[in-house]
Design a protein around this ligand. Structure first.
Ligand code: C2E
Ligand code: CA
Ligand code: CA
Length: 536
């Protein structure tokens, strides 16, 4: 999960994520397009087949009609000359049927083209027996018995009247677009091809089974008429597929590409928002996850001992990376989460420190609070564990001047905090808004000189001002704390003034995680003795 998240949040991967999303949406959209095109092709085919079916049905109704006409018009004596001429008259009707006959006891006695047969012709077992609306059918029979040897046709008989349908008639259904085959279907499953492309029906029927019928059967279709007597199998010709499908596919590809670009862009925006640093941090913070504390040792110059630590917030990003306060402190303020944030840090620090403190050990613990949170009642609640009578900690609250601070209100809050045992330091003194006015107006316990003093290059204006700043704070009767001590020279210089109470900086130690801080405390004596020798 975390590697997936790292992948998502890393800037270099954004392009790849975007490309992957584009490909994914394009494939999906194009697949949908293909499905639509496929449906359209099938529909087009269905229409063509239905049209072909009409012509087949027309031929069928023509024969039913003709049999009806025979029933009405053949009034002369059976197979008499007059009867034959009546037969011929009916055969002359423009319906594509040319041979009619009289049928009795399984035999043809006379026909329109042959007159009275010298020997009645026997029709053997019918292929499809009669039903209410269908004559009895003999399919694909040689017409030799009616004087047309070598030709084949269908005999249809209703009662005593019969006619011959040409085999080839309904076969003229294949078009440029489709290959088709027409069959006559018996109810018992047997069927007779009566025209079109050989084998197509068998193929189409076989392909049409199974769960993937649609895909397997591809662009083939089988339609039967109402009684199920005639069926047409059709298969789209490649030229038809290309002519009808290609333009739609090309358009679909273009639209899919445009939509995929929009969709992937939008999805990336959403991902970026959801996985933006701000959103990640807020989500984790609200879930009480990710916050950690680092502890930077405070070095007491009076007796060259570690007197305590400053608690510094850290945030562990979802990919495991360590994030420093300059990135998330502004977010905490922007989203007005300052108090819950401080409470979280305090609770963390209390648990960490309790676990690493040696019995009987005392430790000064400095916390940073947000200037706008200088509210004694709320802070006393948050810091309660550190202020308990048996607490092994000396609590220091560091506040930074912001200019918006109202001195008399701040003084009242500070007074109350001090009454309950908290000590107050002004942080970053000498930078931003901090002024002598504040120093004089607030009964704070100590002042931390901004690290820019100690870190300034030797001989610079800031470096020269350090001594004066130290004098100033001492004159105000506050403890003097100097931050940003990065070298032995710097520490020695501070020690030599004899006025600095506490030094803090990378030379003493960088901020440490709890185990490292525990180790540092355990080795403290060795470190301090070495430092003392070095700075002496
Ligand atoms: P700060 O209160 O002035 O904390 C001291 C900062 O100076 C820390 O940075 C520390 O790592 C850095 N530092 C210490 N010694 C040296 C040194 O010798 N050289 C240099 N170059 N830097 C040194 P960090 O931890 O990045 O904290 C930055 C700021 O974030 C803090 O400045 C503080 O204003 C704020 N902050 C940190 N944790 C909290 C917190 O829990 N609550 C609040 N409200 N603010 C916090
Ligand atoms: Ca006719
Ligand atoms: Ca501080």
């Amino acid at each position: 999960m975390s590697s997936f998240v790292s992948f998502l949040i890393s800037a270099e991967q954004q392009r790849r994520v975007r490309t992957a999303l584009w490909v994914l949406s394009f494939v999906l959209l194009f697949a949908m397009t293909m499905l639509l095109v496929f449906r359209d092709l099938r529909q087009g085919m269905g229409n063509e087949v239905a049209r072909a079916m009409e012509s087949v049905t027309r031929a069928r109704s023509a024969s039913t009609q003709t049999l009806g006409v025979m029933n009405e018009e053949l009034t002369a004596d059976i197979c008499s000359d007059a009867y034959i001429s009546q037969l011929r008259r009916v055969a002359f009707l423009p319906d594509g049927i040319n041979e009619l006959f009289y049928f009795e006891n399984g035999r043809i006695l006379c026909s329109a083209n042959n007159g009275r047969l010298e020997t009645p012709q026997m029709l053997e077992m019918a292929d499809i027996p009669a039903t209410d609306d269908m004559p009895t059918l003999w399919i694909d029979r040689d017409l030799g018995l009616l004087g047309l040897p070598g030709m084949r046709g269908i005999f249809a008989v209703d009662g005593n009247f019969g006619l011959v349908l040409p085999m080839s008639k309904p076969a003229r259904v294949s078009t440029d677009a489709l290959d088709m085959q027409v069959v006559i279907h018996a109810t018992d499953g047997r069927y007779w091809p009566i025209g079109g492309n050989d084998g197509l029906y068998a193929q189409a029927v076989a392909e049409k089974t199974g769960p993937f019928a649609l895909i397997e059967s591809g662009l083939t279709d089988v339609q039967c008429d109402l009684g199920g007597l005639n069926c047409i199998a059709a298969r789209a010709a490649p030229t038809y597929v290309i002519a009808r499908g290609a333009p739609m596919l090309a358009l679909g590809a273009l639209v899919s590409a445009i939509l995929a670009t929009w969709l992937s862009g939008r999805a990336c925006q959403l991902l970026a928002h959801r996985w933006s640093f701000e959103q990640r941090f807020l989500r984790q913070l609200k879930a009480g996850q990710g916050l950690e504390c680092a502890y930077q040792p405070l070095y007491g110059l009076d007796d060259d001992r570690i007197v305590g630590c400053e608690v510094l917030a850290r945030w562990r990003d979802v990919d495991g990376a360590m994030v420093f306060p300059d990135r998330f402190i502004p977010l905490v303020e922007k989203h007005r989460l300052t108090m819950p944030f401080t409470a979280n840090i305090v609770a963390h620090a209390y648990a960490d420190l309790l676990a690493i403190m040696a019995p009987g050990q005392r430790l000064q613990v400095n916390f940073n609070i947000f200037p706008q949170d200088l509210n004694a009642a709320l802070l006393l609640e948050i810091f309660a564990p550190f202020l308990m009578p048996d607490s092994a900690f000396d609590l220091v609250i560091e506040i930074v001047e912001t200019g918006a601070i109202d001195l008399s209100t701040a003084q009242a809050e500070i007074e109350q905090l001090r009454r309950y045992g908290a000590r107050i330091y002004i942080d970053d003194f000498g930078s931003g808004y901090s002024s002598m006015h504040t120093l004089a107006g607030l009964s704070v316990d100590g002042v931390k000189l901004d690290r820019s003093f100690a870190m300034a290059p030797e001989g610079s204006v800031m470096a020269n001002m350090l001594d004066h700043a130290i004098d100033l704070v001492q004159a105000a009767g506050r403890k003097v704390v100097v931050e940003g001590v990065e070298s032995a020279v710097c520490l020695a210089r501070l020690k030599n003034t004899g006025k600095v109470d506490i030094a803090q900086g990378y030379y003493i130690s960088r901020p440490l995680n709890p185990p490292a801080f525990a180790h540092f405390l355990a080795e403290e004596e060795r470190f301090c003795d070495k430092t003392t020798r070095l700075v002496a």
